[in-house]
Design a protein. Structure first.
Length: 489
C-alpha cells in the first residue's frame, strides 16, 4: 500500500509538521471509527502550492469499524475527486466546519449517511475526514450506541478544533485499547455517567459488586486497589478524575485493568472524559512468569559457573601433586577449558537477556591465556572488529574453540622477538568469522588439519563442525600462522 507521502507527491506541498499531524490522526482514528460505527476516509486537498485553491481531493487513508459492518467493500485509497463533485468535503475544507445532518444517499444496496469533519492544525484546515455509516442500522439505537455516538460527536468536534489527537500521546496510546473491551463516560467531576457492559464486567471481576454509574471512578478504583497497599495508588483518584490524559492500572487479587483516561474539551473548557478499559490480567501474569523464569535461568547459570570453578580448583590442586609433567600438563589444559565455559555462564548470569556479549568473553579469555604464558610481557595483542551478541548455544562452544586457538598460538607461535597476536572478527547478518594470527614459525611441513593428533585441534575441529556448523581453516603465512573459524548466525 502506498504511503501517505507517496500519495501526496506532486499532489500537495505538505509540510513535515502537517504530515506528522496526519499520521497522528490515522494512528488514533480506529477509536473514532468504532464509536461512530462508520467507515472513515481521510481526504487531502489537491493543490500546486499552499496559496492555490484546491482543484480536488485525494483519499490517503481509510479505516473500517470493528463495531459494525463496513459500507465500502472496495479499497478507496488513492481515489481522486474534482472540486465540486463532493460538496460536503468542499464545504468542510473551505469553511472549517463539520457538515452533518445530511440526507442519506443510496449507494448500491445500502442507504449511506455521510458527514465531513475538517482536520484543523496550526490555524488552517489541512484535510477532511468523511464519515460513512449505514443509516438503516441507526434508526433504533440502544443506550450503548447512543453514548458511543455522543462521544464520537465530541471527539470529532475536537478534531475540528485541533485538540484531538492529543499532542505527544503516543506512549499513552501504545497499544490503544479497543472500544469493545470496555468504555466509561465521566462528567466534569470524574463521576461515572455511563459504563458499558464490558466495563461493568471488568470491575466486577476485581470485586466491585455495586452499580458503577453515579460513583466516582477514582474512588471505585482506589477502593479496589487498596487490597494491594501500593504507595502509588494514593494518586489514583487524581489520575482517574478525567482532568488530564492518563494511563493507569488498577490491580488486586482479582486481576488487572488497564484504564486510558481521555479528557473531552470544547474550546478551552473541559466537559467530561471517556475511559477505555482493557483487562490485562493474563498479560501481566505472563510477564511476571517471564521475569521469574529469567531470574531462575540467571541463577542456574550462576550456580553452574560456581560448580565449574570448584571443579577447576580441584583439578588445579590435583595437578600440583602430580610429578609426571605430561599428566600435569593435561590437567592444566582441562582447567583452562573448564574456565572458558565458566566465563560464558558467568556472563549469562549477569545478563538480563538470554544472550552473550561475546566481545567481553573474548577479552577475559585473552586475559586468562596471557596469565598462563611464561612470556606474557613479550606478547603484543591487537584486536580488530566486533563479534557482538550470540546465543548461548553458539557462545559456549565458540569460547572453547577460541581458547584452544589462542593457547595454540601462544604455545607454538612464539618468535625470538616475542609473539604478535592478532584477533580479527568480522560479522554480517548471516555469518561470523574469528581469525587468530601469530608471527611464529608457521605450521610444520606436511601439516594436515584433519589428521592432526593434537588434542586441542581435534576439540576445535569437532566443536566447529558439530556445534557451530561451521568451518575451520589453518594456513601458514609469510611470518606465522592464521587460524580461522567461520560459522552461520
Amino acid at each position: 500500500m502506498p504511503t501517505l507521502e507517496k500519495l501526496l507527491s506532486k499532489k500537495n506541498p505538505i509540510t513535515v509538521e502537517q504530515s506528522h499531524r496526519l499520521h497522528e490522526v490515522i494512528a488514533d482514528w480506529q477509536l473514532l471509527s468504532d464509536l461512530s460505527f462508520a467507515d472513515l476516509i481521510l481526504w487531502v486537498p489537491i493543490r500546486k502550492d499552499a496559496k492555490s485553491w484546491p482543484t480536488g481531493h485525494i483519499a490517503v487513508a481509510h479505516i473500517r469499524p470493528t463495531t459494525a459492518a463496513t459500507v465500502f467493500a472496495h479499497d478507496v485509497i488513492g481515489e481522486e475527486v474534482a472540486w465540486g463533485q463532493r460538496g460536503r468535503i468542499d464545504i468542510a475544507l473551505s469553511d472549517g466546519e463539520i457538515v452533518r445532518d445530511s440526507e442519506p444517499e443510496q449507494v448500491g444496496e445500502l442507504l449511506i449517511k455521510e458527514e465531513t469533519i475538517p482536520v484543523f492544525f496550526q490555524g488552517q484546515t489541512i484535510a477532511v475526514i468523511s464519515r460513512h455509516r449505514n443509516a438503516d442500522l441507526m434508526r433504533s439505537p440502544s443506550r450503548l450506541e447512543l453514548n458511543y455516538r455522543e462521544i464520537a460527536h465530541s471527539l470529532y468536534r475536537m478534531v475540528a478544533e485541533g485538540t484531538f489527537p492529543y499532542p505527544d500521546a503516543i506512549p499513552l496510546f501504545d497499544p490503544l485499547p479497543r472500544v469493545g473491551d470496555g468504555l466509561i463516560r465521566l462528567d466534569t467531576n470524574g463521576v461515572i455517567s455511563y459504563a458499558s457492559p464490558n466495563a461493568r464486567s471488568a470491575f466486577s471481576r476485581l470485586g466491585w459488586g455495586n452499580e458503577l454509574e453515579s460513583n466516582s471512578l477514582g474512588e471505585v478504583a482506589e477502593s479496589l486497589a487498596k487490597t494491594r497497599q501500593d504507595p502509588h495508588e494514593e494518586a489514583m483518584r487524581s489520575s482517574l478524575s478525567g482532568k488530564t490524559l492518563q494511563r493507569v492500572e488498577c490491580e488486586n487479587a482479582g486481576g488487572t485493568i488497564d484504564l486510558l483516561v481521555m479528557p473531552i474539551v470544547h474550546g478551552t473548557d473541559r466537559v467530561g472524559a471517556i475511559v477505555l478499559l482493557h483487562n490485562v490480567t493474563e498479560l501481566r501474569r505472563r510477564e511476571r512468569e517471564l521475569v521469574t523464569k529469567n531470574a531462575t535461568i540467571r541463577e542456574i547459570h550462576h550456580r553452574v559457573k560456581n560448580n565449574l570453578q570448584t571443579v577447576s580448583a580441584l583439578l588445579r590442586l590435583q595437578s600440583r601433586r602430580i610429578e609426571d609433567s605430561s599428566a600435569r600438563g593435561a590437567l592444566e589444559e582441562a582447567v583452562r577449558r573448564i574456565a572458558s565455559i565458566a566465563i560464558v555462564h558467568e556472563t549469562l548470569s549477569n545478563s538480563s537477556e538470554e544472550s552473550v556479549e561475546f566481545d567481553d568473553v573474548l577479552d577475559r579469555l585473552l586475559a586468562n591465556a596471557l596469565e598462563l604464558s611464561p612470556r606474557m610481557n613479550e606478547i603484543a595483542i591487537q584486536k580488530q572488529g566486533l563479534v557482538g551478541t550470540l546465543e548461548p548455544r553458539l557462545a559456549t562452544p565458540l569460547a572453547l574453540v577460541v581458547t584452544e586457538l589462542i593457547h595454540n598460538a601462544l604455545e607454538h607461535g612464539l618468535s625470538t622477538r616475542g609473539t604478535q597476536l592478532r584477533i580479527i572478527a568480522t560479522r554480517d547478518a548471516q555469518s561470523c568469522t574469528i581469525s587468530i594470527e601469530d608471527n611464529g614459525v608457521g605450521l610444520p611441513s606436511g601439516f594436515e588439519l584433519n589428521s592432526s593428533a593434537n588434542l586441542g585441534l581435534q576439540i576445535v575441529r569437532t566443536l566447529t563442525q558439530n556445534e557451530l556448523q561451521g568451518e575451520l581453516t589453518m594456513v601458514s603465512k609469510d611470518a606465522g600462522t592464521s587460524a580461522s573459524v567461520n560459522f552461520p548466525i
